[in-house]
Design a protein around this ligand. Structure first.
Ligand code: GLU
Length: 412
């Protein structure tokens, strides 16, 4: 008899990842109680006068999950499918992620249910400022420090930071990270998530018995996937597959990510890219490759396709792309999954550097920032890899166990 599995609720999956980790190594009971629900979840109605003078109300969120290690920290997502359960899951993952990286930050996340592609720039600015108008009382450099996430960028963060400064008189700019360089941002922040993913991979490539030049498939071409494809390409790996929300392309000889980007800009799609074959999302995920990099949405690798995956390693640059059921299938098949809470932690790490620079009134060079990112993410990667071998468990459980031990220490 098959059991009915609801793999689609990301918050249920995030809680399940937590309970699966404590079955391997038990943890302080108080920390488990603390992490079973967020400290606070806020929904706000955001009114926007649209360009045609009609009034639209958007639903916005901020979930402050846990601040044991420091101020709540995490991005703000603009997406038509964003809802409170997704934001809660993302906020719990941020709590684990900052602990994995040993950062002086807690976990939070925000969002707005909106398709930003349908808004004019003027409407997008009003919506971004509207989110701050509703939520500014619960933000601050020592309270809650938002950042970009899916479909948000330094321009949107710039409007938000400006609105926050106008309302509160704040001067340091440390309440928002992911700002542009001329607005108090950090060197290296834009590419930090993709680059952090590469450093993580590089630390374990040989241990995972992968060749010097790997075949790579990247799902997603946003800020994270786009940079990741370019960075892996620049380091001598062969990008055999890429995709956007409409579909993917495969070329076993290799794709030049810059040419793919400009083709997408010109044609609005990847379909028809010269020399490549068009594939569906699922065909892209199940094509043979050394490394598969999901860098789009949650729940992409599930019990339905985990047995078809032909990658030798999965590097999660998206948040929550693999369900717990799929984790078990992949572990049994000996395919390591480098979890989101480690592989995509480069973004929040450099965000934390930005926050620190703003508070101290400093500006660090790009090489200083990237050197710090590389050494810290590779150190955590090796710790998690080694402990997964000692405990005979997967890398996700191993990362959660490390995070829980740091959170527990701070609690006691
Ligand atoms: N949104 C990114 C994440 O999911 C970065 C968060 C941050 O910079 O605070 O990790």
């Amino acid at each position: 008899m098959t059991t009915l599995i609801n793999e689609s609720n990301p918050f249920t999956n995030a809680l399940s990842q937590l309970s699966r980790a404590i079955k391997v190594v038990s943890s302080n009971e108080d920390i488990i109680k603390r992490l079973s629900s967020p400290d606070r979840e806020i929904k706000a109605s955001i009114p926007v006068i649209m360009d045609d003078h009609t009034l639209q109300i958007y639903e916005g969120y901020r979930v402050q999950y846990c601040n044991i290690l420091g101020p709540y920290k995490g991005g703000i997502r603009f997406h038509p499918d964003t809802n409170i359960d997704e934001v809660k899951a993302l906020a719990l993952w941020m709590t684990i992620k900052t602990a994995v990286m040993d950062l002086p930050m807690g976990g939070g996340k925000g969002g707005i249910t909106v398709d930003p592609k349908k808004l004019s720039k003027n409407e997008l600015e009003k919506l971004s400022r509207g989110w701050v108008k509703k939520l500014y009382p619960i933000l601050g450099p020592n309270v809650d420090v938002p950042a970009p996430d899916m479909n948000t960028n330094s321009e949107i963060i710039g409007w938000m930071s400006d609105e926050y400064k106008n309302i509160t008189g704040e001067k340091t700019g440390a309440t928002f990270t992911g700002k542009s360089l001329d607005n108090g941002g950090s060197e290296g922040r834009t590419q930090a998530t993709g680059l952090g993913g590469f450093y993580t991979f590089d630390a374990i490539r040989a241990k995972a018995e992968l060749p010097l030049s790997c075949k790579i498939i990247v799902q997603g071409m946003g800020n994270v996937g786009g940079y990741a494809a370019q960075i892996f390409h620049d380091h001598g790996h062969v990008i055999v597959g890429m995709s956007d929300s409409k579909g993917g392309i495969i070329n076993q000889i290799g794709l030049d990510p810059k040419l793919v980007e400009s083709y997408k800009k010109e044609h609005g799609t990847l379909a028809g890219f010269p020399g490549a074959i068009n594939v569906t999302n699922n065909e892209l995920l199940t094509t043979a490759t050394d490394v598969l990099i999901p860098a789009a949405l949650e729940n992409q690798i599930t019990h339905e396709n985990a047995n078809e995956i032909k990658a030798k390693l999965i590097l999660e640059l998206a948040n929550g792309p693999t369900t717990p059921e799929a984790d078990d299938i992949l572990f049994a098949r000996n395919i390591p999954v480098v979890p989101d809470v480690l592989a995509n932690a480069g973004g929040v790490t450099v965000s934390t550097f930005e926050w620190e620079q703003n508070l101290k009134g400093e500006h660090w060079t790009e090489s200083e920032v990237l050197e710090k990112l590389k050494s810290s993410i590779q150190k955590q990667t090796l710790t998690i890899w080694d402990s997964s071998k000692e405990l005979n468990t997967d890398l996700r459980r191993s990362a959660f166990i490390l995070a829980l031990s740091r959170l527990s220490k701070k609690l006691s």
